[in-house]
Design a protein around this ligand. Sequence first.
Ligand code: NG6
Ligand code: CA
Length: 516
Amino acid sequence: MSTVNKQILLIAVLLLSCFFSYSQHHAKPQNVILIIADDIGYGDLSCYGARAVRTPHIDQVAKRGLVFSDAHTTASTCTPSRYSIFTGEYNWRKKGTGIATGDAGMVIRPEQFTMADMFQQAGYTTGAIGKWHLGLGDKQGDQDWNGLITPGPVDIGFDYSFLMAATGDRVPCVWVENQRVVNYDAAAPISVSYKNPFPGEPLGKDHPELLTKLKPSPNHGHNQAIVNGISRIGYMKGGGKALWQDEYIADTIASRATSFIKQHKKEQFFLYVGTNDIHVPRYPHPRFAGKSGMGFRGDAILQFDWTVGEIVKALKENGLFDNTLIVISSDNGPVIDDGYQDEAEALLGNHKPWGPLHTRSGKYSNFEAGTRVPFIVSWPARVKNGTSAALISQVDLLASFAVLVGQQSIPAQVTDSQDQLKALLGTGNTGRQYIIESSTSLSVSDGEWKYIVPNTSPAFYELTQTRSGNAPVDQLYHLKTDLAETRNLANDKPEKVAALKALLLKEKEKGYMRDR
Ligand code: NG6
Ligand code: CA
């Protein structure tokens, strides 16, 4: 080869490598799927150390993906936690973000900017499938369950929605697709109330003989409207053939999710999948019932694992898996008995849903297990497999995804979401400087130390047998050496308490329990 030809070749190679590094740096995933399980604990998956139950489909994703050990929800219950995911704002900045009734109005208001809006702006088709629990319609009790329920997900950026309004244990027990009840039965118009029972409609508390599938646990309530042989929270009349059957809920969510994937395989899409598993009432399909040896709670974990497997399978079949970014996480920590006699306590055995965190803590708790959840990122084309100890919060997903898809500017109202894309993709390991966790109290953690604000609520919740982490005094834990939060060092380290208190105060000054 002549010198001139060699030089041309060299220039060509240089140009090409510049181009590849540019496109690599700016590569976007074709799709983003956010899978949020309900009440799955830090220790509930085998890729997080569970031995009594196996989650092979999730483990497979984890093996090729990035597994986080210090990822958090913003709250230890569902509505506030999901509020933060979609808005990028801490739930406690605004009133009305607590656990929503089944007839609550939209908790996220149409004028708010959401993760779905952001993806739409970036040209992605957006969908929300499964558990919602963020309210529908304008005001509580004001929805037209027999017509178009508006406002709804379409007003906060979702092109498509297929949802349960609240939880499995709350009425209405129907699917709502694009804001209309699915399989609407004109012969059985739907009425819903959280105030008054409907005359003539049997209630669980008066008719235990009608509770053929699950009975509520003593003192938990869940003994009002009866649907599918299970009593619920709230009153409901009608529904007819639109009423769901609990044993098919997971199948319905999985099949809607896989149809969405197939239907939009040629577009870029963002899909949120909220599973009903493993929230109560746990009533898994007969394929899973009895399979874990841990009762319905364990069976529901298997069913959740299966759901993830179905989504992955659909992606692979359509050639989308490698260039789809999947996040698998949970909305809050674990709970054993959350309201139904499903033998979860009796059959728990040696399984520790809270993993290495404080024993018997989890959902409803200020301790780490309330908000520290499994969190796995998969994007085979870009993310190397491994583990990450970066401190991250789900509130960061909005700003991080925005950078990922090239939407650099997001509105100022997205106050708390930080760009943690490097941590999410495993290209930087720093994560957040601190996170705020909310339960009965607010807590602040810098990953090493955690401070919990005093409160006078019970230290132990009898109903769910949860160690709440409530105490009337300052609590300070050194997570690096005491992950289980058993030694309160507040008296030994007043300067650390003061520093973390000051951080919290600074955050609260930016907005705390606003009306709107
Ligand atoms: C609680 C319910 C619990 C569950 C929870 C919401 C009682 C006694 N307990 O109030 O069963 O429904 O709300 O769970 O009513 S969450 O995961 O959606 O936040
Ligand atoms: Ca939950």
